[in-house]
Design a protein. Structure first.
Length: 377
């Protein structure tokens, strides 16, 4: 199916001129005409979108300049042209200066010249519509991009080569206490809050190295890892830089937690004393996290891992006790507790050797109903 013909509207109080215009343009466009400017506005509303309106300047009740001004108000994308005599030139120039008129045609006109001008006007309209569509798509894409950026657990600021903020996400606004619109302002102007000046020093420190570099900075009760990353175009021309702010206040607790896990995994002999001691250490870490004023993604993730580890250790110790007691504990319950503990253990590929042995003993007990009344851990 071929594309529909572009629509044009011709307004003139002389029927003969409208007939001439229709004959001139009917092969290339869907032509609408009117001898009354006010009725032409109604017709324009009905038939929109219309690519071009061509109107005579001198008409009863409404001049061509007044008409195109109203067209501009109602349908700004429609291209506007005026037929005029030399005596109307001052009004036309004013309309052109006001942005209402794309072109004016003096009487009498050459048909081929008029056709060429109409073709250019229609192409101008198509280009304007396409540009608006692209801008709308870009605005829509930016909405989604900003939504994604705001959900990151890393603060991000994009600066141009002169240090002016071009983009910023929600986390860094919260980290630095920035309110209002900050895009278009210099990054150095934003660092007025007491203590924030250390951020700029950290950025300079990070940028001393080539490529990607980072520097840690303490701000109030928080610690941030500031990363500076250069931006360049395909030709290598520097465009600016991206600053990333990661909240790393949880890292001291994270190191304690990682060392604790390492002790558990490496223990080959008596694991029970290690588990019992580490269970208390995990309780202390969990309490420190609970009391911390810092609410960050890193702290939340660490809290979850500590909780999962405590669950795993509790289950291992209780299953080990049940296997050592006299009688016949429910094998299905024991196996389910081992399944849960293995799912909660944060190092799925690094299971303590004695826990693996305990898991095997429980599986054998489930199959045979026989168990040795001794602890494994």
């Amino acid at each position: 199916m071929s594309d529909p013909l572009p629509r044009i509207l011709v307004v003139d109080d002389e029927e003969a001129i409208l007939e001439t215009m229709t004959f001139t343009f009917q092969d290339d466009y869907e032509v609408y005409t009117s001898t009354d400017a006010r009725k032409a506005l109604e017709l324009l509303d009905q038939k929109a979108p219309v690519a071009v309106v061509l109107t005579d300047q001198r008409m009863p009740d409404m001049s061509g300049v007044e008409f195109v001004a109203e067209v501009f108000r109602r349908h700004p994308a429609t291209v506007r042209m005026i037929l005029t005599g030399f005596s109307d030139i001052d009004a036309i120039i004013q309309a052109i200066n006001d942005g209402h008129v794309y072109a004016y045609i003096t009487k009498p006109w050459e048909p081929e010249q008029l056709k060429q001008l109409m073709k250019q006007a229609v192409e101008h309209y198509k280009l304007s519509v396409e540009n608006e569509r692209l801008l709308a798509d870009l605005r829509k894409a930016n909405v989604f991009l900003e939504a994604v950026m705001d959900e990151l657990d890393v603060g991000a600021i994009a600066l141009d080569a002169s240090g002016v903020v071009q983009a910023i996400n929600r986390p860094v606004r919260e980290y630095l206490g920035l309110g209002g619109e900050v895009r278009g302002r210099r990054f150095s102007e934003l660092l007025s809050r007491p203590g924030i000046e250390r951020i700029e020093a950290a950025v300079r420190e990070a940028e001393r190295e080539e490529g990607v570099a980072y520097c840690d900075v303490d701000l109030e009760s928080h610690r941030f890892r500031v990363t500076a990353r250069s931006l360049a175009d395909d030709a290598g021309q520097r465009l600016g830089r991206v600053l990333l702010f990661r909240e790393v206040s949880h890292e001291p607790l994270q190191r304690r937690f990682s060392e604790l896990l390492g002790d558990i995994v490496s223990e080959q002999k008596a694991l029970r004393p290690v588990l019992e001691a580490d269970r208390e250490k995990l309780r202390q870490i969990a309490e420190e996290i609970r009391r911390s004023p810092i609410q960050s993604a890193g702290m939340s993730e660490l809290s979850e891992r500590v909780s999962r580890t405590r669950t795993a250790i509790d289950n291992w110790l209780e299953v080990d006790d049940a296997m050592a007691r006299e009688g016949f504990p429910d094998a299905h319950v024991l196996q389910e507790r081992m399944r849960i503990s293995l799912a909660r253990w944060p190092l799925r590929d690094e299971l303590p050797a004695r826990v693996a042995e305990l898991s095997k003993r429980v599986a054998d007990y489930y199959e045979t109903g026989e168990k040795a009344r001794a602890r494994v851990l």
